[in-house]
Design a protein around this ligand. Structure first.
Ligand SMILES: [Zn+2]
Length: 348
């Protein structure tokens, strides 16, 4: 019997992984013999059996962020070396945040300020996991350090391609993966966007977050929202995702580890947006070539553009306005935002 890792109910087979890039040896090895199982009670879905940690680690270190040709990446790397850090930092500090990041930062500031803001953070550390360009950490550091918080940030990220950004923004990369990160410090805030759905062992990860978070600390998680109608429009799993959360299941997960949920909403476009643009179809085979995937993505980009154009003629702000319109609701939007703190009553 396959059990739901969150609520313990008996889970059901749902689908094989489909749309796996056949030209990527890591993805083929990791996912071609895997399936998605679903819990009928909390609607959490998950990869079964587990994928080997080493395979996924190699994948994230080598090709997860791969975009564009090798030549343009090399050129970009050279250009980045030529820009003096002090200028880059100033330019980045002056640049306005995009609407999505700005609304996220406002949410975090609201809860941090309730805890005591600058005084609460003073001299402490925050941690961003699966950080990529670490845009949340950078924005929080700029905001609170300009007010005297002396806040420091650590990041965990498997890829090496964001090193220059970390240097410019005074962030320190301390490990490639959260699983391998040492536990010498504790953190006031632990953040991640689109990381939790990629980890292999949720239990190990949550126990470690609990050990690393200060008693009064905050965690923020953003994950895709896979409640209905996610599967209807997407039709097949999205490798390399291993977990498919719903608001109900992620709340249960946080509470299982004695976190008190302070904020839990779905955010962004309606999942039904995928009905207009989704590229994985019911007949998408298990393996798809690189060029077929690029073709499907190009079609999706085109359909997205046409959809946005249909919203408001040539108003260039239409996509952002649509995206943010009533940005939060209890269900039905494409991402879940969860903010939680340690539950004092749950502490023994
Ligand atoms: Zn369940």
């Amino acid at each position: 019997m396959v059990k739901c890792g969150i609520c313990g109910a008996s889970a059901n087979f749902f689908s094989e992984y489909k749309g796996i890039n056949r030209d990527n040896e890591f993805l083929v090895k990791a996912f071609s013999d895997k399936a998605v199982w679903c819990c009928p009670d909390c609607h959490y879905c998950f990869c079964h059996p587990w994928v080997e940690f080493k395979l996924l680690k190699d994948y994230y270190e080598s090709c997860f962020w791969e975009k564009g040709g090798k030549l343009s990446r090399n050129l970009l790397a050279k250009l980045k070396k030529l820009v003096p850090g002090i200028i880059a930092r100033r330019l980045r500090g002056q640049r306005p945040l995009d609407e999505r990041l700005q609304s996220l930062i406002s949410l975090l500031e609201r809860f941090i300020d309730e805890k005591g803001g600058v005084n609460w953070l003073r001299g402490n550390y925050i941690l961003e996991i699966g950080a990529g360009a670490a845009s949340i950490s950078s924005a929080l550091l700029r905001h609170y350090n300009s007010r005297g918080a002396s806040l420091k940030s650590h990041v965990v990220e498997p890829s090496d391609q964001f090193k220059h950004i970390y240097r410019w923004d005074n962030l320190r990369k301390i490990a490639n993966t959260f699983e391998e990160m040492d536990e010498s410090l504790t953190y006031m805030v632990i953040l991640s966007q689109h990381w939790l759905e990629h980890v292999i062992d949720l239990d190990c990860v949550f126990l470690k977050i609990k050990r690393l978070l200060k008693d009064d600390g905050l965690i923020f998680l953003e994950v895709p929202n896979c409640e209905s109608p996610y599967w209807e429009h997407r039709f097949s799993p999205n490798p390399p995702h291993l977990h498919f959360f719903t608001p109900k299941s992620i709340r249960l997960l946080a509470e299982k580890y004695d976190f008190q949920v302070l904020f839990l909403m779905t955010y962004g476009r309606l999942i039904e947006f995928e009905k207009h643009v989704g590229y994985l179809k019911p007949d998408t085979p298990k393996l798809v070539s690189n060029s077929e995937l690029r073709q499907l993505e190009a079609e999706r980009d085109f359909k997205t553009r046409v959809f946005y154009e249909s919203l408001a003629g040539d108003n260039r702000l239409a996509p952002a306005a649509y995206y943010l319109k009533n940005a939060y609701s209890e269900s039905g939007r494409e991402f879940i935002h969860l903010l939680a703190t340690r539950n004092r009553e749950g502490k023994t």
